[in-house]
Design a protein around this ligand. Structure first.
Ligand SMILES: C[S@@+](CC[C@H](N)C(=O)[O-])C[C@H]1O[C@@H](n2cnc3c(N)ncnc32)[C@H](O)[C@@H]1O
Length: 182
């Protein structure tokens, strides 16, 4: 009998994000680095550059330590790094812009236009932000409400909303937005 492995929310988010191997990617609130490991696997086919092309940020040192351990091979290969600090953090602005930024279950990103604006400032023109969320008791209606709030937040932060969706199998939803060119 074939046993089908169920995709979890982290793998689902990485698939939804669909990064290209050459992308430079920022995760805000990376937690244990589980989504990061799926995203880094997709980036691994691309070039190794300094600074590393995947940056995972979390305000908790415990979380970034755990994320670093989970992704030790990507860190050792110079692909990924995990930094401790609150977002927005000024040092990221001094680096090359990101192509993609995302956050999963980080409330700030769907409630605070200033945070959305700060992400927009770290992305290249045309770069994109994906905000993922999983709610304790899944409901299509509640997810639509959160997605609408996220869309308002991202728009107020100067981004152009591109898409949204939800997947009952992982009890999660998302909104994506892009930085308008020029
Ligand atoms: C609910 S956890 C989600 C972790 C992970 N993204 C996941 O989906 O499993 C939220 C994480 O975001 C981090 N976080 C929340 N606000 C933050 C901020 N302003 N700057 C940096 N990290 C933040 C927390 O420390 C925590 O690790």
């Amino acid at each position: 009998m074939a046993i089908l492995a169920r995709m979890d929310r982290h793998e689902w988010a990485a698939r939804t994000l669909s990064v290209r191997p050459g992308d430079r990617v920022l995760e805000i609130g990376c937690g244990h680095g589980v989504t990061a490991s799926h995203v880094c696997a997709e980036l691994a086919a691309g070039p190794r550059e300094a600074p590393p092309r995947f940056v995972g940020l979390d305000r908790s040192a415990k979380m970034t330590a755990a994320a670093g351990r989970r992704n030790a091979a990507h860190v050792a290969a110079g692909l990924a790094e995990f930094r401790t600090g609150p977002f927005p953090t000024p040092d990221l602005g001094a680096e090359p812009p990101f192509d993609v930024a995302y956050a999963f279950n980080v409330r700030l990103l769907w409630t605070d236009p200033a945070a959305a604006r700060a992400v927009a400032g770290l992305l290249r023109p045309g770069g994109r932000l994906a905000v993922f969320f999983q709610l304790p008791a899944w409901s299509a209606a509640v997810h639509r409400e959160v997605a609408a709030r996220a869309a308002r937040t991202l728009t107020a932060g100067g981004l152009a909303v591109a898409a949204d969706g939800q997947d009952v199998a992982v009890e999660s939803g998302y909104v994506t937005a892009v930085v308008p060119p020029g």
